[in-house]
Design a protein around this ligand. Structure first.
Ligand code: AMP
Ligand code: ZN
Length: 463
């Protein structure tokens, strides 16, 4: 039973067959020129769900996500002043991290910034020029020559023989009717002010697309397993990433391309340019809690559009409450104790069925119906007082396991059973007496329950 994901490249669901023992995954991250909106977070929460599910399947995952801190919009907003750029991009990256943390998104293993990788981008562009895939123009810019890559259009399936090439594209973003050579390096313009770097072609700055080719190559190598992004990035951004990377390395680049559909508002894509966006805090201020918001973002299949409105948020709220009420009933009966044997947990019917649903392209609708059917069945058993303590500790462990993927059932506040509290006291004593073996044993016990214990100077931190 393997995980199947819909590959935007082959337009089919494909088995995930890792290239090596670790899954290497890249996703296109935030452009830090404003606070991220909840539409952006639909994509980021999806990347996180995918990564958490891969971990659930016991895969070791290396996840890299770039931060775009240089592009047309950023330069405009900070009026060509590098100091403004540094302050602004730092501020919005912090805002991204804060919201991501609230939404229980794990930060990827590497989160590289574009402006820290100018040398890598220049090297890649030099390689492309040397191999005849890019050319310099009189003003000191460099363009990728799309005619030099016969598979250009392989992702977006654009028949570009039908479209006329008119001019080169200098903008970072453009639509499907503009299939032209695109900028890898842009020569310095008056409006760029002091935002520029030296290069073999003179002062300037990189185009948008080259950063993801350079950073994925640096951190994941020329070939890796999964590339994700929002569906709006499929063309031109991902098409251009493929062209640059394949032409520079002669390797196939990402094997699986997974795209997350849009979050809509009143039927239109939520976006900054349409000024129809809400931030996470806007939604929290409307009275919804973060678990409900995360649940709303993940509860439909990632390949379907979803609409942000009160009806949908309220129904997410009630659905989640049903799961949480059930969790609390099981918590009471089990006294918060859990079964620790991972094999036993993974073989419970609940987990087996959850896995079948999720292995089908992360089918969250199916996975949720598995959970709700289970709740219905077990609630009857609970009402009749037919559930034993032994069954309840296994059920609690299975629910915790599922919540390691969904991240919505338990609140950020950790519920500790009486036994847990006693063990924490015992561990404190063991540490005081330098009985490190016992202290580690207890830490491992909690780790298996999904609770991390860190020792800091200020005392222990339970996560
Ligand atoms: P940006 O900060 O504009 O670079 O976008 C960051 C990520 O959010 C990208 O993967 C986009 O595809 C994604 N994104 C932007 N708007 C939406 C939306 N309305 N729904 C889902 N994902 C989006
Ligand atoms: Zn990208």
């Amino acid at each position: 039973m393997t995980l199947k994901l819909y590959n935007s490249l082959s337009k089919k669901k494909e088995d995930l067959k890792p290239l090596k023992n670790k899954i290497k995954m890249y996703s296109c991250g935030p452009t830090v020129y404003d606070n991220p909106h909840i539409g952006n977070f639909r994509s980021f929460v999806f990347f996180d769900l995918l990564k958490k599910y891969l971990n659930f399947l016991n895969f070791d995952v290396q996840h890299v996500m770039n931060v775009t801190d240089i592009d047309d919009k950023i330069i405009n907003k900070c009026c060509g002043k590098i100091k403004n750029l540094e302050l602004m991009t730092k501020k919005y990256f912090e805002s991204f991290k804060n919201d991501a943390n609230k939404l229980k998104i794990d930060l990827p293993n590497q989160v590289p910034f574009a402006t820290d990788h100018i040398d890598e981008m220049i090297n890649l562009i030099e390689k492309l020029i040397l191999k005849g895939h890019a050319y310099k123009t009189e003003d000191g810019s460099v363009f990728f020559k799309i005619d030099s890559f016969k598979n250009y259009g392989m992702l977006s399936k654009i028949d570009f023989s039908q479209l006329s090439k008119t001019d080169r594209i200098k903008n970072d973003e453009y639509d499907k009717n503009s299939i032209n050579d695109f900028a890898l390096w842009k020569s310095r313009k008056v409006n760029d002010g002091d935002i520029f770097w030296n290069s073999p072609w003179g002062n300037g700055r990189p185009g948008w697309h080259i950063e993801c080719s350079a950073m994925s190559l640096k951190y994941l190598g020329a070939q890796f397993d999964i590339h994700c992004g929002g569906i709006d990035l499929l063309f031109p951004h991902h098409e251009n990433e493929i062209a640059q990377s394949v032409c520079a390395t002669n390797k196939t680049f990402a094997k699986l391309w997974v795209h997350c559909e849009h979050l809509l508002i009143n039927g239109s894509k939520m976006s900054k340019s349409l000024n129809n966006f809400y931030t996470l805090n806007d939604i929290i201020k409307k009275g919804y809690n973060v678990n409900t918001i995360r649940f709303f973002l993940i509860s439909s299949s990632y390949s379907h559009k979803i609409d942000l409105n009160d009806v949908n948020l309220n129904s997410s709220n009630s659905a989640l409450k049903r799961i949480q009420d059930f969790y609390n009933r099981i918590f009471e009966l089990s006294k918060g104790d859990v079964e620790i044997d991972d094999n036993k947990i993974m073989n419970t019917q609940l987990i087996v069925d959850f896995k079948i649903a999720m292995n089908d392209n992360l089918n969250m609708s199916k996975a949720l119906s598995v959970i709700f059917n289970y709740i219905k069945k077990i609630n009857i058993k609970l009402d009749k007082k037919q559930m034993t303590y032994k069954e309840s500790i296994l059920t609690l462990a299975a629910l915790n396991k599922i919540d390691e993927v969904l991240g919505v059932i338990r609140s950020s506040e950790i519920k500790l059973s009486k036994n847990d509290k006693k063990l924490i006291e015992e561990r404190n004593l063991a540490r005081k007496n330098k009985n490190w073996d016992r202290a580690d044993e207890i830490r491992l016990f909690f780790k298996k329950k999904g609770i991390d214990i860190d020792d800091s100077e200020a005392g222990i931190i339970i996560k």
